[in-house]
Design a protein around this ligand. Sequence first.
Ligand code: TYD
Length: 199
Amino acid sequence: MNQKSLFIALEGIDGSGTSTHSHLLKGFLESKGFKVHLTTEPTKSDIGNLVRNYLKDKNIPPATDALLFATDRNLHYHNEIKKKLEEGYIVISDRYLESSIVYQSSQSDEITVEWVIEINKFVAQPDITIILDIEPKTALARKEEKEEDFEKFEDDSFLDKVRELYISRANQEGYFVVNSDDIIEFVQEKIQKIILDKL
Ligand code: TYD
């Protein structure tokens, strides 16, 4: 098979299934003979671990979150994603730039979409962004942890804002939107079809 690199980002609110579908998509593309690199944000780097710890802390200023997510991504793109794309891999990122745009700008009126784009301007855009769309209440009900253990973004009124912005950004930027409130296999089939059309 003539492998060409492709950079895919799976996005959506917490509990929308980005991790499940990233793994399933990797398996599917590998079964078709493609070389696939699956990665995730926040990453497992020191900065990624720091941001992950801050997900439990409501006292972190939103701009600190935005700058740290951007730093984590800068390292992620230049030291990992770019290299894998150059080696001809299909790279699937479970969350990427669009997460920062919608989550961080929903955190505070002082954080604009334009500023988040600006601080992330040294990384490339994915070739395909797919938004997994689901109602926050349904998504949060899928979470296994107890409500008191939820991270600071796992709140349904906050996620309503995030979801709305994902959808308006998708309309504006031409991202694919897949309803993820359905049987996993059906949702995955829709994702696979989008990718196969592109390949
Ligand atoms: P998530 O992807 O749901 O991982 P896990 O299932 O391990 O909790 O959690 C990451 C959280 O970080 C999620 O709430 C979205 C948020 N986030 C941002 O706010 N900005 C970003 O740039 C990224 C990558 C994630």
